[in-house]
Design a protein around this ligand. Structure first.
Ligand SMILES: Nc1ncnc2c1ncn2[C@@H]1O[C@H](COP(=O)(O)OP(=O)(O)OP(=O)(O)O)[C@@H](O)[C@H]1O
Ligand SMILES: [Mg+2]
Length: 301
């Protein structure tokens, strides 16, 4: 029997089933009443695993569109836009009652040429076709595309609703949790995908395994709190996780850590912000991360 992974099995099929859907009610109501009212959309969040792809799929599902799905981080060049997207938009759709949809997941991976070509298609075919783009880094999307889209910056999903969502899965899957739900959510917040992967790992292996970037960052954080800088460094060198993602994750962990004082938090966030800035402007990320590690260890004392 094929077993679906939790991230697919428990991906909400409709907008109203999504965590945080209150903010999307206007969109949901309007496409229910008139699918053609759907604008081109750019769905953005700063954090992974918080519902961009899920929302795009839910919209397509609700209005039963003909759609083309492309993951732009795999297929990022102009040929894909010229060939596959163009071929899709010029042909007649199966469902005449709703626009056809081109779902470009992780569109921030598209090259500049590809984006220019996309912009032309958006203009030319917007009568029968809508584009839904998702991205983590809005700055990598060119202005002419942004100005043609309604931009939705998805807020971080409310924790209370995450508890209920995960609790239902834990009951349905009969999972014996070794840690409290509260700890699990804080450990990964706001990344719901990582929470689901952790639950799956507990169900299948009996414990949470180090796999994704979140787990690596969590372990680095724990090591820094025990002043084990070399061990922490070994982790960020061994696992090919983006150093910038590690910094972002450490920020969330610091903010939710009840065992550090307010003034230590203040100092920690200050050095984290500095590291994030340096990485953004292109300084060597390994050196920046090492420098942050030393600073945090002295702040945590
Ligand atoms: N708002 C949400 N409500 C319910 N489940 C969610 C929500 N956000 C994420 N999930 C769960 O987490 C999984 C990952 O979410 P999704 O693929 O939508 O993330 P994403 O924002 O596209 O992340 P990435 O930036 O990595 O592409 C989904 O399969 C879904 O089960
Ligand atoms: Mg996604």
């Amino acid at each position: 029997m094929i077993r679906k992974m939790f991230v697919e099995k428990y991906r909400p099929k409709t907008i109203s089933d999504m965590i945080g859907s209150e903010n999307l009610k206007t969109l949901s109501d309007s496409i229910q009443t008139d699918p053609w009212s759907l604008p081109h959309l750019l769905l953005a969040t700063k954090s992974a695993g918080t519902g961009k792809t899920t929302l795009a799929k839910a919209i397509i599902n609700e209005i039963k569109s003909d759609f083309l799905y492309l993951n732009a981080s795999d297929e990022r060049g102009i040929d894909v836009i010229r060939d596959r997207v163009k071929e899709f938009v010029i042909t007649q759709g199966f469902n005449r009652d709703a626009p056809k949809i081109v779902h470009l997941d992780e569109a921030d991976g598209l090259t500049r040429d590809a984006q220019d070509s996309l912009r032309n298609l958006m203009e030319e075919y917007s009568e029968n076709c809508r584009f839904i783009l998702t991205c983590n880094n809005e700055n990598k999307i060119i202005e002419p595309i942004k100005s043609r889209c309604t931009i939705i910056n998805l807020a971080n999903p409310p924790k209370e609703q995450i508890y209920t969502y995960l609790k239902n899965i834990i009951d349905a899957e009969n999972i014996k949790m070794g840690i409290s739900l509260n700890d699990l959510v804080n450990r990964y917040y706001p990344d719901i995908r990582s929470m689901l992967m952790a639950l799956e790992s507990v169900k299948v292996l009996g414990s949470i395994q180090i796999n994704g970037s979140v787990e690596v960052a969590n372990s680095i954080y724990d090591l820094l709190k025990s002043k084990k800088i070399s061990d922490a460094r070994r982790l960020w060198l061994t696992y090919g996780v983006s150093h910038r993602d590690i910094v972002k994750r450490i920020y969330f962990l610091v903010m939710d850590d009840e065992n550090i004082s307010k003034s230590a938090k203040y100092d920690a966030v200050h050095v984290i912000a500095e590291a994030d800035y340096r990485m953004a402007v292109g300084s060597d990320s390994e050196i920046t991360l090492a420098s942050l590690a030393f600073e945090l260890v002295s702040i945590f004392k």
